[in-house]
Design a protein around this ligand. Structure first.
Ligand SMILES: Nc1ncnc2c1ncn2[C@@H]1O[C@H](COP(=O)(O)OP(=O)(O)OP(=O)(O)O)[C@@H](O)[C@H]1O
Length: 315
C-alpha cells in the first residue's frame, strides 16, 4: 500500500513516563477510511498512543506521520484530527446543544445552521439536546463527546473506549455513526477492551502489550493466524479420549483452572489443524465426538494468547 493511503504511519515510536516505558518502538501502518481497533491489557500503552495521534503529548523517539504529515516535537493538535482520551472534556453546567456551540467556538469554528442538530441526531441525543450535561450518564457523555468531534468534520477520528457505558441503543447510534464516517472516507481509530465490540465494528485491529505491537492487520487474519488455543471436546468416552489425545503430536492436555472452564469436558491446547487431526484420530479409535468448540471465542483466545494472558494448564 502506498504511504499516501495511510492515515497513520509510525516507526520506532517510543514514549516513557519516568522509568515506565509506555510505548516501546511501535511500528504501525493504518490505512485511510477504515475503522481500526486498538486492544491490549491494562497499561499496554493504548491511551498513550491515542494521545500522540491527537497531539496531546509528544513522543520521545521514533517517527510519526498523521494524515501524511510528520508530527513534530512540538505539542500541536494535528489539524483534521479530532477525538478524546480519558473521556470527553465537556461543560457540565451547559446543555448538550450549548456544549457543542461552545466547543465549536473554542476550535475556531462556526458550524453552519442546522449542523449542531445533525450531529445530535447522529449520536441519538436529540431528545436531551436542551438538558444540562451535569445530569448525563457516562454513555450520554460519550455520545456527546463523539458529537463534538463530528462537528469539526475530521479526517481522522481518535476515540479512547467510546463504547464505555453505552446501553444497546447508544451503542447502535455510535456504531452507526462511525460506520457512516468510514464510508465517507474518514479514518477511525478506537480502543476497546471488548473483543466483541471490535469484531462488530472494526475491519482492522492492533494488539498492544507492554508498549509493543503484537499484531496489526485485518481482523479475520487475527483469528486465522492465532496460535494454539484451548478447545473443549465432548466425547462418548472421556477416558478413552484422554488416552488418544495424549498420543497426538502437538496436543497438550489442559488441566487445573483452565480445564475447569471446560465444565467437565476434555480441554486441549492445540492449533486449529491439530484439533482437526485429533478429531479424526478419535473417530478412527471409535470415540464419538459430540462437540468441539474453543473455550473462549476465537478472537478473545487470539488476544489472550498474543498478550501472554492465556492461563497455563498447570495453574
Ligand atoms: N501521565 C502518566 N504519568 C505516568 N505514567 C503514565 C502516564 N500515562 C501513562 N502512564 C503509564 O504508561 C503505561 C501505559 O499506560 P496507558 O494509559 O497508555 O495504557 P492503556 O493501554 O491505555 O491502559 P488501560 O487499558 O488501563 O487504559 C502504564 O504503565 C501507565 O501507568
Amino acid at each position: 500500500m502506498g504511504d499516501a493511503q495511510l492515515a497513520v504511519r509510525a516507526r520506532g515510536l517510543t514514549k516513557c513516563f519516568g522509568d515506565v516505558v509506555a510505548l516501546d518502538g511501535v511500528g504501525l501502518d493504518l490505512a485511510s477510511g477504515r475503522i481500526h481497533g486498538l486492544a491490549g491489557p491494562n497499561g499496554a500503552g493504548k491511551t498513550t498512543l491515542l494521545g500522540l495521534l491527537l497531539g496531546l503529548a509528544v513522543a520521545d523517539g521514533g517517527e510519526l506521520e498523521v494524515l501524511g504529515r510528520p508530527v513534530g516535537r512540538a505539542l500541536a493538535g494535528p489539524r483534521q484530527v479530532a477525538g478524546f482520551v480519558d473521556g470527553p472534556g465537556l461543560y457540565p453546567s451547559l446543555t448538550a446543544r450549548k456544549n457543542l456551540a461552545a466547543l465549536a467556538a473554542l476550535h475556531g469554528r462556526d458550524p453552519r445552521a442546522g449542523r449542531i442538530d445533525e450531529v445530535l441526531a447522529e449520536v441519538g441525543l436529540t431528545d436531551v439536546a436542551d438538558d444540562r450535561v451535569r445530569g448525563f450518564s457516562l454513555g450520554m457523555r460519550q455520545r456527546l463527546g463523539l458529537a463534538v468531534a463530528l462537528l469539526t468534520e475530521p479526517r481522522l477520528l481518535v476515540l479512547d473506549e467510546p463504547s464505555n457505558g453505552l446501553d444497546p441503543a447508544g451503542k447502535q447510534h455510535v456504531h452507526g455513526a462511525l460506520r457512516r464516517l468510514a464510508e465517507d472516507g474518514v479514518t477511525v481509530v478506537l480502543s476497546s477492551h471488548r473483543m466483541d465490540d471490535l469484531e462488530a465494528l472494526c475491519s482492522d485491529v492492533t494488539i498492544l502489550a507492554a508498549g509493543r505491537v503484537r499484531f496489526s492487520g485485518p481482523l479475520e487474519k487475527l483469528a486465522a493466524d492465532s496460535p494454539e488455543v484451548d478447545y473443549r471436546l465432548l466425547t462418548s468416552d472421556p477416558q478413552a479420549a484422554l488416552t488418544v489425545a495424549a498420543e497426538v503430536a502437538g496436543v497438550r492436555i489442559v488441566t487445573g483452572a483452565a480445564a475447569r472452564r471446560g465444565a467437565g469436558a476434555l480441554v486441549v491446547r492445540a492449533s486449529a489443524p491439530t484439533v482437526e487431526q485429533l478429531v479424526g484420530t478419535l473417530v478412527h479409535a471409535g470415540v464419538g465426538v459430540r462437540e468441539v468448540a474453543p473455550v473462549v471465542p476465537p478472537l478473545e483466545a487470539a488476544f489472550l494468547a498474543l498478550t501472554d494472558q492465556q492461563q497455563e494448564g498447570e495453574r
